[in-house]
Design a protein around this ligand. Structure first.
Ligand SMILES: [Zn+2]
Length: 367
């Protein structure tokens, strides 16, 4: 009996000491984490005064938080306790993340697209930063932004409220709910899900043990995309492969035979279209959809038959803003092996239907 009591007492003692040990380990981890606070950022090279900068340079520098008049130079964040990232593009997300890590500030990040949104808290109390979770930016052409993909206004509203709640809790010392985990909101299905994120990476280039990013860098170059979702102007084609809306209108008025190929998705064509355009979505061209190629081949054959010289018709490609149309020209150029398409003369319409609405037809819907 005495032996049983001894054993029980020993088990209690072991449990107590294990708890004590775990507590010591937690305190040690916290102490080590606070030791590895990053160094202040290296000052950025001096900038020219604003008067010496072009409009494009001003836009570019202000997107990098560099404009001298803003007094920013990446150190603005030190004046604040918590930062909320509500931006709409990848380059800005890396920029704000690095600025927060370098300034030692937590970052409450939320984003939304179409019916979905996500939210997390980066760089809080030893938790991972944005680069720990996404070490490399996605290829620019794979990113769908709100300007192209759309977002239902209520969705950012939902995410924004949770984001504000997290900011207030951090500011009040209550601690966030989403450090090291991510909220996934599905507005269509009505689901809130929470997933665990990977831990802070010891080899993270900005918050790791030996960071190589010790000051803000050129994030547009790093991501290969502009720090905005509004004016991403793709420059895929040479000027000879493109036509302005004004020149296109001129040849339309002159009755020059041609084919206008609208490569937008069906959902956008349903909003508005030029009545004489042939519609084949870019995705169909890129995957060489047989029915679509047949449709294009037929249009070209008919055009050739109707034209007086029997010459191949020029094809003008149009989309919403003049980016997808350039990709479509490249896709069409790669189809030269297809009969009827071998002597294809193809150009894209610069600025697309939005340029048409702005410069040619003020009544054409803008969306
Ligand atoms: Zn990190």
């Amino acid at each position: 009996m005495a032996a049983q009591e001894d054993a029980a007492a020993l088990l209690d003692e072991i449990a107590r000491r294990e708890e004590e040990l775990a507590s010591l380990k937690r305190r040690l981890a916290a102490a080590l984490a606070s030791q590895s606070e990053p160094e202040p950022p290296v000052p950025l090279p001096p900038l020219l005064p604003k008067a010496a900068l072009s409009r494009d340079e001003i836009l570019r520098y202000s997107r990098q938080l560099l404009l001298p008049e803003l007094g920013v130079r990446g150190q603005l964040l030190r004046a604040y306790d918590v930062v909320a990232d509500c931006s709409d593009n990848v380059a800005t997300r890396y920029l704000v993340n690095d600025a927060c890590v370098l300034a030692g500030r937590p970052l409450v990040s939320a984003s939304a697209l179409r019916f979905e949104g996500q939210l997390t808290v980066y760089h809080h109390d030893g938790g991972p930063c944005y680069r720990c979770v996404f070490p490399r930016p996605p290829p620019a052409e794979t990113v769908t932004n709100c300007s192209d993909g759309g977002v239902l206004g209520v969705v950012p509203g939902v995410l924004g409220c949770v984001q504000a709640l997290e900011v207030l809790k951090i500011a009040a010392g209550l601690g966030p709910a989403y450090s090291g985990s991510m909220l996934l909101f599905d507005g269509l299905g009505g689901h809130f899900r929470r997933i665990r994120l990977r831990r802070r990476r010891p080899d993270c280039v900005v918050c790791g043990q030996q960071p190589t990013v010790t000051r803000l860098q050129d994030y547009e170059a790093f991501c290969g995309s502009s720090a905005t979702d509004k004016c991403r102007a793709l420059k895929l084609l040479s000027p000879e492969e493109r036509i302005s809306v004004t020149d296109y209108k001129r040849l339309l008025d002159a009755g020059a035979p041609h084919i206008l190929l609208d490569v937008r998705p069906q959902v956008e064509v349903d909003i508005c279209r030029l009545p004489h355009a042939l519609h084949i979505p870019l995705s169909h061209l890129e995957r060489r959809d047989a029915n679509s190629l047949k449709l294009l081949g037929k249009a070209l054959r008919n055009g050739r038959r109707d034209s007086q010289e029997g010459a191949a018709l020029p094809v003008y490609v149009i989309c919403k803003q003049g980016n997808d149309s350039q990709k479509a020209v490249r896709a069409l150029q790669s189809l030269k092996a297809v009969p009827e398409l071998d002597s294809l003369a193809v150009q894209d319409v610069v600025g697309g239907l939005m340029a048409w609405a702005a410069k040619i037809d003020g009544a054409f819907p803008q969306y």
